[in-house]
Each structure stands twice: as C-alpha cells, then as structure tokens.
Write a protein that binds this ligand. Structure first.
Ligand code: PLP
Length: 432
C-alpha cells in the first residue's frame, strides 16, 4: 500500500486562509496536523505521539476511535444510515429510553438534534412554549452557542459576535469564587451571586422570566465550579417565580465530572437539560430532555433532519454502554483527584499557578502574574512547550489564562504522572 502523504500544517494553514472564514482560529504558534487517534493518544503527520488532555473539548470521553464503539457504528453505517425520523427506526427511541434512565429526576422525553447550540436553542424554545413567557436569565461568562438566541444567551464578549443580540435576556453574576464578581468571599457571602438572581428577576425582567440557563460547571469561562448550595438557592428562587431551570450539560455531561451529569454533583434536578459533545464520542448528536409534563406541551410540528439518525443514535447507545461497562465515572473521579493533588504540589513550587479547581476530569489551573492578574502569554508558552513534549492540553477562561484538563476518561494513573512530570519540567525551564 502506498504511504499516505499529508498536506502538513503549513499546507493546511494556506488552504484555511483561502477557503475558510477567518472567524475560525487555531491553537499554537506551531500547530501540528493530527492524522490518527487511538484512545487517549493522538498522532501527527510525522508519526509523533501525543497524550490528549483535551479530548476535542470534552467530546472524546470514551477515547479516540474507540474500537468497541466504532465496531457498532461501522455496522450501522453499513446497514442503514439515514431515513429521517419522520419514518420509523428504532435506535433513537432506544437511546431516548436510555437517556430517561441515566438523567436525574423525572426527565423523560427527548428531542434529538446535532450540535450543542441546537440543543440549547431547542431547550430555550421548550421553556417558552411551556411557560408562555419569553424572557431569560443567563450567567455572565457562560457559553451556550452560535445561533441568534444562544449567542445572545452567551455571556462572554469574545463569543458574542452578533452586532444585534436579541433582547429579553438578563445576566446574573457567575459563581466564580476565585475572582468573585461581587468582591465577596464564600461562605460569608451567603451566596450573594445566587441571591442576585432574585434581584434581577425583580428589577430587570417583567417578573415572569421563562427560564434561567446555566452550565453546571462553566467550561469556556475557565472551569468555574459553583460553590455548594449555589444551584439549590437559585432553584428555590426560580420555583418561587414560576421560571424553569435549563442546565447546559454540553461540555460537562457523560461521566466527565465523575457523575453521568455534572448537575448531579449539586443535588439539584433541572427542568430541562441539554447535551451534546460526548454523547456521540465524535458522532454529531445532541439532545434536550425534559419531564413529560413540560415536554408534552411541544405539540406543534418539530423535527430535525439528522436528529436521531440511526448512525448517531447507535453511537449514543454505544457510548452509554461503554461508560457503564468500563466504569468511566469511577476513573474520572480517581484520576481527577490524582491530577488536582499533583497540581497542588506543583503550585507550591510554581507561583504562576494561582488557582486549581474542578470535578472529576474537568479541571483547570489558572495562570496568574505576581499581582494576581491573568497570565495568558505565560500559559501560551507553557502549552506550546507541553505540545512539543507530546502533551495536548486545552485553554479557556475569560482572560485566556486557564490551563484546561479535559482528557478522554480512559486516561491512566501513569498518564497523569507523565503529564504532571512534564509540566513540572516546563514550568521550571520557563522560571514560572
Ligand atoms: N454549550 C456549551 C457549554 C459549550 O461548551 C458549547 C461549545 O463548546 C456549546 C454549548 C455549543 O456547542 P456546539 O459547538 O456543539 O454547537
């Protein structure tokens, strides 16, 4: 067989400049071309191996090209790919039944689509249909998507490209204890950020918002984990005003945080949940799910051409089976604890690490200058050096200064030690 030739990083960058809209940026000063993946590893066009610690932004929870999942997907691809769910096929109803089983509370009825954006857009529509109301409350620094409404619900300036966002959306301060937007300290604050939701309902809305939408852990904001009691307080306020709670589990779902869904870490049951990314482990599938009472109000025609497609539904079913059979929730918990403990050791030697936070394998290390301000250039330089040593680590945060660890959940104890050792060496080399 002839050896495969590749465009290579420069060739891709040139074509990208010419044929791809310039809004799409890429990571790294010297990016690589990835050509192959196998579980927690990636390989570039020159054959170099990398430990993937970002999983395509929390998508590849079960590992790249997972053979057990791909065998089922391949069989489905070769049997029946698509008819549209206006005709009867069985995988999407089986997947919906499984989602009803693994989601918290009495969430029961699903609508399938293809991206996280679409799932949030649908979740917001369902909240409006059920309540007959139109306004929303979202969180500052939250991210929910790219369409008109989901971009308007997004509270990060960098991702709010639309020059004319829709109205009727108010933003509450996010529960970011390391840099509290209200300048307070937990727990003396008495959850002032949660209480602010009530002030906002009273002062900035008609008093009757349709819903509050939030990520259970804010991903793009820099792995912002709410303090204990936050979601419970918000839910009480919402119930008082008859507003629904939509939780965005697009980035946090499917065992990532040590539970099937991150909101389960906070003992709160949402009214509507959106999910995407890891549900397909690389196959494009997303969904929003709600209780029968809420969902049953969505009676006017609604369908998505590719939603619940036999191939992507097969991927979803295979992912859920893999997570349970291979105990990925347990591994996410154990490896996450190991990682955060190791990062805390590094923090003692390397003052650039200002804060470490996370749950399971959704963890962030915030890089700060001596005065506590964000250190994005230092982070970029460390990420570049880590890549050269064979480790792909993510980046997020409002100041683009949070090192993000969201690896495939099949990562091993030895892998975590390797990444911690390499990080220690790079931070030492760079005098950080
Ligand atoms: N919601 C969250 C929390 C996300 O992180 C993202 C994407 O990163 C989205 C929604 C949008 O998902 P998609 O890019 O699949 O449309």
């Amino acid at each position: 067989m002839a050896e495969k030739t590749y465009l290579g990083p420069q060739g891709i960058i040139e074509k990208k400049k010419k044929y791809i809209m310039p809004c799409l940026a890429h990571f790294y000063r010297e990016p690589r071309q990835f050509v192959r993946g196998s579980m927690q590893y990636l390989y570039d066009s020159e054959g170099k191996q990398y430990l993937d610690c970002f999983a395509g932004v929390s998508v590849i929870n079960c590992g790249h090209c997972n053979p057990e999942i791909n065998a089922k997907v391949t069989e489905q691809v070769n049997t029946l790919q698509h008819v549209c769910n206006i005709y009867l096929t069985e995988n999407f109803v089986n997947l919906a039944e499984k989602l009803a089983e693994v989601t918290p509370g009495d969430l029961q009825k699903s609508f399938f689509c293809s991206t996280g954006t679409e799932a949030n857009e649908g979740a917001a529509l369902l909240a409006q249909i059920y309540t007959g109301r139109s306004e929303f409350i979202a969180l500052r620094n939250g991210l929910h998507g790219r369409t008109k409404l989901t971009m308007s619900l997004t509270g990060i300036g960098m991702w709010r490209t639309d020059p004319n966002p829709v109205g009727g959306i108010s933003f509450a301060p996010n529960p970011y204890c390391y840099r509290c937007p209200l300048g307070k300290k937990y727990p003396e604050c008495d959850l002032a950020c949660a209480n602010a939701v009530e002030d906002i309902i009273k002062t900035a809305t008609s008093g009757q918002p349709a819903a509050f939408i939030a990520e259970s852990i804010q991903g793009n904001a820099g792995i912002v984990v709410p303090p204990e009691g936050y979601f419970q307080r918000v839910k009480e306020i919402l119930s008082h005003y008859g507003a629904l709670f939509i939780v965005d589990e697009v980035q946090t779902g499917f065992a990532r945080t040590g539970k099937m869904f991150a909101i389960e870490n906070f003992d709160v049951v949402p009214d509507i949940m959106s999910m995407a990314k890891a549900l397909g482990n690389g196959a494009p599938i997303s969904a929003f799910i709600s209780t029968a009472e809420i969902a049953d109000k969505y009676t006017r025609p609604g369908a998505s051409t590719l939603g619940g497609n036999p191939v992507s539904s097969t991927a979803g079913l295979a992912v859920l089976e893999y997570i349970e059979e291979h105990k990925l929730m347990e591994n996410a918990n154990a490896r996450g604890q190991q990682l955060r403990a190791g990062l805390r050791e590094l923090q003692k030697k390397h003052p650039i690490i200002g804060d470490i936070r996370g749950l399971g394998l959704m963890d962030g290390a915030e890089f700060v200058k001596p005065d506590g301000s964000p250190a994005p250039e230092e982070l970029d330089s460390v990420l570049e050096a880590m890549k050269d040593r064979g480790f792909i680590i993510g980046k997020n945060g409002i100041g683009r200064n949070v090192m993000a660890f969201q690896p495939p959940l099949v990562i091993t104890e030895e892998n975590i030690n390797e990444v911690l050792n390499a990080l220690d060496m790079v931070l030492t080399e760079q005098n950080l």
